[in-house]
Design a protein around this ligand. Structure first.
Ligand code: ZN
Ligand code: ZN
Length: 460
């Protein structure tokens, strides 16, 4: 029985190549790929239309009835589902290839592979959509969990199990049983990649592109499932995105007038999210920002301010976090969550250009070597794990006109050029609350430790 993987044109072929080895089936099952991709529109189509399209494709290509046809796509569907099988007898499945990172802490290929396994199993187990009403909602940690609340996906992936009722149903049919016998161990392998502990050993190159204060709140968000906590984590992540950007950009663009900027925007007291955003807007308007780096960040700062206003992000934040009572019903958070997440996800992609232009470097030591050359060494404060990579940067002090201060954190342009001192706005040192060395972010008169979630006053 064949499983054929197909992609839509915008999905990279390498994803197919990455997923196939994970689906390590033995006969009678085998996995193959269809080399030519199919074009899909940017406009969301309904799942029904998508399955019709696949049905035509099947007959055009004379794909056998018992063969699974799996479409991997990043194009949206109107129902906003991550994956589904066609419930009208045909073995058609589509799997979304993007946005998994908001819900599970593993590489995309594992989430997609899990989707293939689960949907093929469901195709075999359930003959019609009525039958699939059987799916568990709320989730119980079974492959047939509905997961209408998307963060629950992490639960079923981390259990990689099947409940006794579903198991009994599988045993009624020999083919289903045979498929399950192979699919369960494969799900187990995917599971190993999704465990929270697995992320401790793993370093994802992409995530290392973000400075630690932002990367860590993004990781906490991915690892939170319960609706209220997840909503609060999302808000924390948004706070951190805006605070980090404003502090870095102000130190980079206004190195000599940072204090004026802080006073003008009231950043010196106890700044709220709205105040940080206004600071960012101020930076967007400031003359003379261009030329620091080639990228035009000024426009993006203005754009972020406008988007946050349009989407009422500050209002929702204040309503849900600061002033409102906590709603006892999870649904109220679930309802807000998708919209809010989408808005923040858009803002993140606008900001990624800015974040990817600089490394955050903590200078621990700075020595003259020889021939007028110096070497600054310390930690690169990037990525979502506090075991930072050691960094050594050789430079010519004459070229720079100055040497970096030891114990200061710098924004170092990734493509070379002068460093920007972030001292007092972002520091690396002992958090008085947890007594560990942490990246600490200025928050008015106090500092935030985004790793421990502490708000602390530093000894003078
Ligand atoms: Zn079940
Ligand atoms: Zn701490």
């Amino acid at each position: 029985m064949e499983i054929q993987l197909l992609r839509s044109a915008e999905v990279n072929e390498s994803l197919l190549q990455d997923v196939v080895p994970i689906l390590d089936f033995e006969p009678p099952f085998e996995v193959n790929t269809i080399p030519t991709p199919i074009p899909l529109d940017d406009v969301a189509e309904s799942m029904g239309d998508r399955f019709l399209r696949m049905k035509t494709l099947r007959s055009d290509r004379r794909i056998a009835d018992d063969c699974f046809l799996i479409l991997l796509t990043s194009k949206p569907n109107t129902e906003n589902w991550f994956s589904s099988f066609d419930s009208s007898e045909r073995r058609n499945v589509f799997i979304q290839t993007n946005d998994w990172e908001h819900y599970v802490d593993c590489e995309n290929k594992y989430a997609v592979a899990y989707g293939v396994l689960a949907n093929c199993l469901q195709c075999l187990m359930f003959k019609s959509s009525e039958d699939f009403d059987w799916a568990h909602d709320p989730p119980i940690g079974c492959v047939n969990d509905m997961c209408s609340w998307k963060p629950d996906i992490t639960l079923k992936m981390r259990t990689a199990d099947i409940c006794p009722d579903c198991l009994a149903k599988c045993e009624e049919n020999d083919v289903v049983r045979k498929f399950l016998d192979q699919a369960l161990p494969l799900m187990g392998k995917v599971r190993e990649q999704t465990l929270f502990t697995a992320s401790l050993q793993r370093k994802s190159p992409n995530r290392d592109l973000f400075p630690f204060p932002v990367a860590i709140t993004a990781r906490k968000l991915r690892q939170t499932r319960e609706p209220l906590r997840r909503f609060l984590s999302l808000i924390d992540h948004f706070d951190s995105l805006i605070r980090t950007t404003t502090l870095m950009a102000a130190r980079i663009y206004l190195p000599d007038s940072f204090d004026d900027f802080a006073v003008r925007n009231k950043l010196s007291l106890r700044p709220s999210l709205g105040i940080w955003l206004r600071g960012l807007q101020d930076l967007g308007r400031h003359q003379g920002l261009d030329g620091v780096t080639s990228a035009d960040f000024q426009e993006s700062f203005e754009l972020i301010f406008r988007k946050a206003e349009e989407d009422k992000l500050v209002h929702i934040r204040n309503e849900k976090r600061a002033h409102g009572y906590i709603d006892v019903h999870d649904d109220s958070y679930k309802n807000n969550f998708d919209d809010y997440q989408q808005a923040i996800s858009n803002i993140t992609s606008i900001l990624s250009k800015f974040f990817n232009a600089f490394w955050l470097i903590y200078v621990k030591q700075d020595d003259f070597i020889s021939h007028g050359e110096a070497c600054a060494s310390g930690w690169r404060l990037m990525g979502d794990h506090p075991d930072f990579v050691q960094e050594e940067i050789r430079y010519n002090p004459k070229e720079w006109g100055s040497r970096p201060f030891v114990n200061h954190v710098y924004a170092v342009p990734q493509h070379g050029g002068a460093w920007f001192d972030l001292h007092n706005s972002i520091i690396y040192g002992k958090c008085p609350e947890c007594e560990h060395n942490r990246v600490l972010m200025a928050d008015g008169e106090q500092y935030l430790d985004p790793y421990g979630g502490h708000r602390v006053r530093l000894p003078q």
